[in-house]
Design a protein around this ligand. Structure first.
Ligand code: OGA
Ligand code: MN
Length: 296
């Protein structure tokens, strides 16, 4: 098969690329198929962990179809909305059309996205990727920031690698909401039981290991509670040092695709009386994505 050449430009010196085109053509994600385009994009995803596409026109159907090339669409509501996979919009616009107030529980829950995390680490089947598209952008703020935990793992001092390598972490969505709202903690505790995963995820294609943790990480096997929290905080802080962060200022038409196995991300605040809506589709990881490497 002929080698397909992607034209790319770095987003950050250590990870992430903007995909400018495939073999002289602009990229239109609506036209990518499993045999045309996807293999080259998937190879770039494995290598760079974060891909940016500009000037896209993805409606919900095209968005779901493109995301499904990566694997099974994640359904957090597990059938509650019927069998059809659904969009999970990250938005402060409520179902009744109004904009949620700054102190509304929905806004507070959204603000949990402003803590460094990887999506769905708290689910029995964690996510491989999130395909996130701009829909309605605020007049200021609302950036999304990214850091590579592959770089973070590589740059960790030897004593921390020895301490953390092979360790088992426990993850709980409610943990990341504990400083935000007791009601959110109760709600998330009831829905999402703890998950335990090993501290690093090995990419089966490149062989790279990456730290696998989030603000949802609430315990480390064989480490006492407060000390475990200090350890997790130190690991996240090291991964997300300012010089290791790519901050994305959204433009209309932007689509970001990242590798949940190797990226921490967080949202930034915006004027909450303005609408900000991103369309999100997460895809679950499968055995082929190296799930076995994180099983305790
Ligand atoms: C997400 C997320 C951050 C943001 O979609 O998973 O964390 O900037 N979004 O809204
Ligand atoms: Mn997220």
């Amino acid at each position: 098969m002929p080698r397909v050449t992607l034209r790319t430009s770095p987003l950050h010196p250590m990870f992430g690329v903007e995909v400018l085109g495939v073999e002289g053509l602009d990229v239109d994600l609506r036209t990518v198929t499993a045999t045309a385009g996807y293999p080259a994009l998937r190879a770039a995803f494995e290598e760079h962990s974060l891909l940016l596409f500009r000037d896209q026109e993805l409606d919900d159907d095209a968005h779901l179809r493109f995301a499904s090339l990566f694997g099974p669409i994640e359904d957090r509501a597990a059938g509650a909305y019927g069998d059809a996979p659904r969009m999970d919009n990250v938005s402060n616009r409520l179902a009744d059309g109004t904009i949620a107030a700054a102190d509304d529980l929905h806004t507070l829950d959204l603000s949990g996205n402003q803590l460094w995390h990887t999506d769905s680490i708290f689910l029995p089947v964690p996510a491989l990727t999130n395909v996130l598209a701009a829909r309605v952008l605020s007049s200021s703020g609302g950036e999304t920031e990214f850091a590579s935990t592959r770089v973070g793992w590589r740059e960790l001092p030897e004593h921390l690698r020895a301490r953390v390598g092979g360790a088992v972490f426990t993850h709980r969505l409610a943990h990341s909401r504990r400083a935000i709202s007791d009601e959110l903690v109760a709600r998330h505790l009831a829905r999402f039981p703890d998950q335990r995963w090993r501290s690093t995820w090995r990419n089966p294609v490149t062989g790279d290991e990456a730290l696998y943790l989030a603000s949802h990480t609430c315990a480390v096997d064989d480490v006492d509670g407060p000390e475990a929290q200090a350890l997790v905080d130190e690991l996240v802080d090291r991964c997300t040092r300012p010089e290791r962060v790519y901050s994305h200022a959204w433009r209309p038409g932007d689509v970001l695709v990242w590798d949940e196995r190797a990226i921490l991300h967080r949202g930034r605040p915006w004027p909450y009386h303005e609408e900000r809506t991103l369309a999100s589709v997460c895809v679950s990881a499968t055995e082929a994505d190296g799930l076995a490497s994180i099983r305790p």
